[in-house]
Design a binder for this molecule. Structure first.
Ligand code: PEP
Ligand code: MN
Length: 363
């Protein structure tokens, strides 16, 4: 059971201008040179980006790839703060990175996907952050494990960090998909439902792996009502030392952001509010009916269990289950319900039914 998180709403961090959603963090994948950092920051600041990102220590798949400029790059971020009044953030993957960030006045840190998957490292980072006021964003772990993600947040929160947010950047997959990472939006929705107050960013750059997909993924994040975007932007993307194909110039980012349709979370429109209320009431009634039907079905299933026990019959009758499932899939199709959905629902019902009948048998 996840523990509640004790957090401060993003509106009180003083980092973002929330009057024109979404809130945006942008900047290069990696800080490469003072010139590249300053040119990119200048372009981003020119259209109101308030929070600048740049990787200083880069977790690369192969040794020998560009692994970031390290501590000297923190001075360039200080310069961005001073010249453009932006807040600056970078990725930390160890206690040493945290201490360096504190020393150089970095405003925000994030924990990368590979690090979130490692509770030892997350704990080390949490301990290093203790008693600081540093906002921390936690990227989802590379593998789609919601509990591992939540566990990382709990560790950071228990170290007293209250300015806490998350970044959804998709999951590693062996499936053939157009994106670099599998979006797995369902997990974002689940997280959001459990923790509606935690600021939620999508990272369409690492999710898509190509600037071609930035628009559609950013729009999807807006349609889901997420709060913000973290986007990689470089003054000269084709020459970037890391993630060249997914970065966009500040100008292109401006165009992209202007093209997004941002969904409101609430509205004062009376007609909308009244209609949505009625529709939600209908949903509530249907949900209650569904519960009633499920409960009746389980009751019959238990009666069948008793009956099977009395006649010494095995619980799982594979052919019967197969025929129920096929029948439901085909009837579902006629009602416009997709096969995957029907299979998932009836498999859950069947599993519970079997476990109830097992209990009866063991009595
Ligand atoms: C990054 O943001 O630069 C990064 C390395 O991302 P991720 O941890 O999502 O791979
Ligand atoms: Mn990157």
């Amino acid at each position: 059971m996840p523990r509640p998180l004790d957090t401060i709403p993003v509106s009180q961090w003083g980092f973002f201008d929330e009057s024109i959603p979404p809130i945006v963090i942008a900047g290069p994948c990696s800080a490469e040179s003072e010139l590249q950092v300053m040119m990119t920051a200048k372009g981003l600041a020119s259209f109101g980006i308030h929070v600048f990102r740049a990787g200083i220590w880069k977790p690369r798949t192969h040794p020998g790839s560009f692994e970031g400029v390290g501590t000297p790059g923190l001075k360039w971020l200080q310069k961005v703060k001073k010249e453009y009044g932006m807040k600056v953030g970078t990725e930390v993957a160890s206690a040493r990175h945290v201490y360096e960030c504190i020393k150089y006045g970095i405003d925000l840190v994030w924990i990368g996907a590979r690090t979130t998957a490692n509770p030892f490292l997350v704990q080390e980072i949490a301990d290093a952050l203790r008693d600081t006021d540093m906002p921390v964003l936690v990227k989802n772990p590379v593998n789609p494990d919601l509990d591992l993600w939540i566990g990382a947040l709990e560790r950071i929160n228990q170290a007293g960090v209250k300015k806490l947010g998350v970044i959804h950047r998709g999951f590693s997959t062996t499936e053939k998909i157009p994106y670099r990472n599998f979006p797995g939006w369902q997990m974002a929705v689940e997280f959001r439902t459990r923790y509606p107050l935690i600021p939620f960013f999508a990272d369409p750059s690492h999710m898509g792996g190509s600037r071609l997909y930035l628009k559609e993924l950013s729009q999807r994040a807006m349609d889901l009502g997420l709060d913000g975007l973290m986007v990689e932007s470089h003054c000269d993307p084709s020459c970037a030392l890391s993630d060249a194909s997914q970065q966009v110039t500040p100008d292109a980012l401006k165009v992209l952001l202007e093209s997004l349709t941002v969904r409101q979370k609430v509205t004062n429109d009376r007609e909308y509010n009244e209609n949505i209320e009625q529709l939600r009431t209908r949903i509530d009634v249907l949900d209650e009916n569904l519960l009633g039907i499920l409960s009746s079905r389980m009751e019959v299933s238990r009666m069948i269990g008793e009956f099977k026990k009395a006649h010494n019959i095995a619980i799982v009758q594979a052919s019967r289950w197969e025929s129920i499932l096929n029948d439901m899939v085909s009837k579902g199709k006629d009602l416009g319900l997709p096969e995957d959905f029907i299979k998932a629902v009836f498999t859950a019902i069947h599993e519970f039914s079997v476990s109830e009948q097992n209990k009866i048998l063991e009595k």
